[in-house]
Design a protein around this ligand. Structure first.
Ligand SMILES: CC(C)=CCC/C(C)=C/CC/C(C)=C/COP(=O)(O)O
Length: 294
């Protein structure tokens, strides 16, 4: 059971005295070393409603406090002040290096995404570019790609063409499924500066992680590069298109940078799955039976 917090004479401290007894730089305040000041400031910035008293209490819950290294940890008046904390204790005060690194990355992500969201509204600094960004949005939307693939599939008169288009359809459906599942699991809200005026959306599209447009653009461009014989300039254009679709998501304010980055990664990996499971009349004859009967 935690013992009550005491002053340096060993008397229990009231809540108010406890919260005011430590000054910046004192051990209970997270001071006494550069590492601990950093710890204190990161704790305080965790959530807007968390005050410094709460942060100090968190510090007092740390393994170092429990081990009695701090003078406020219930030691008597006769005990001498503890020696400076060894390196490993400083590490203990830091609850999770990975957590802090992730929080820092997220802070950079939010800051950068806000800066890049220059087409988020008509009155934004690049607001006049919004129609162009929306055109890019449609170019990476699921519906034109799905309809185009189905049309090509039914119009195709070669086996090779049907096989490629059947796999393209599989890729698009796999992408829709994976993006929907991840969005529903992660539930990251779209940036506050986004206007929800998107062309046909699903209910999960109120969430932003990962970007469905970025994943589709990466998937499509990898698919096209691998299955269409294109001249070099067209190959470069294909990759550029995918990149610009991703960038336009952040510029429109639809996504944060990390949503788009993960979307690209997801789309890239999805192509590997499609390639691995490549459907053909040999391994999936049922899918091609429609044409066999013609
Ligand atoms: C077959 C079927 C369920 C088709 C639905 C196609 C559809 C509405 C896809 C949604 C595309 C979309 C708005 C994705 C959101 O992209 P973000 O980049 O904003 O995540």
């Amino acid at each position: 059971m935690p013992s009550p917090r005491r002053n340096t004479e060993g008397r229990p401290l009231s809540a108010s005295a406890s919260s005011s007894s430590s000054s910046p730089g004192s051990p209970a305040h997270g001071g006494g070393g550069a590492g601990r000041f950093e710890f204190q400031s990161l704790l305080s910035s965790r959530a807007p409603g968390v005050d410094s008293t709460c942060a100090r209490l968190r510090a007092s819950e740390s393994p170092v406090y429990r081990r009695g290294s701090f003078p406020l940890a219930g030691t008597g008046p006769s005990q001498a002040p503890p020696p400076a904390l060894p390196e490993d204790d400083r590490m203990d005060l830091n609850p999770s290096f990975l957590g802090i690194a992730l929080r820092s990355l997220l802070a950079i992500d939010l800051w950068l995404s806000k800066k890049l969201g220059v087409c988020a509204g008509e009155n934004s600094s690049w607001g006049s570019m919004r129609p162009l960004m929306k055109l890019l949005e449609i170019s990476g939307h699921g519906i034109p790609w799905l309809l185009g693939t189905l049309y090509g599939l039914f119009r195709s008169d070669s086996w090779a063409g049907r096989e490629v288009l059947m796999n393209l359809l599989f890729a698009l459906l796999l992408d829709l499924l994976l993006v929907t599942v991840i969005k529903a699991l992660v539930r990251r809200r779209r940036p506050a500066h986004n206007q929800m005026d998107m062309f046909v959306t699903l209910s999960v599209d109120k969430y932003s992680f990962p970007s469905g447009h970025a994943s589709r653009a990466a998937l499509m461009s990898r698919f096209i590069l691998n299955h269409l014989v294109l001249a070099i300039p067209l190959r470069v254009l294909t990759v550029l298109w995918a990149f610009i679709v991703g960038l336009s998501r952040v510029m429109l304010g639809r996504h944060n940078v990390t949503d788009v980055a993960f979307g690209f990664f997801l789309g890239y990996m999805q192509y590997s799955i499609v390639d691995y499971c490549w459907l053909s009349p040999h391994n999936a004859p049922a899918l091609f039976v429609l044409w066999n009967q013609q």
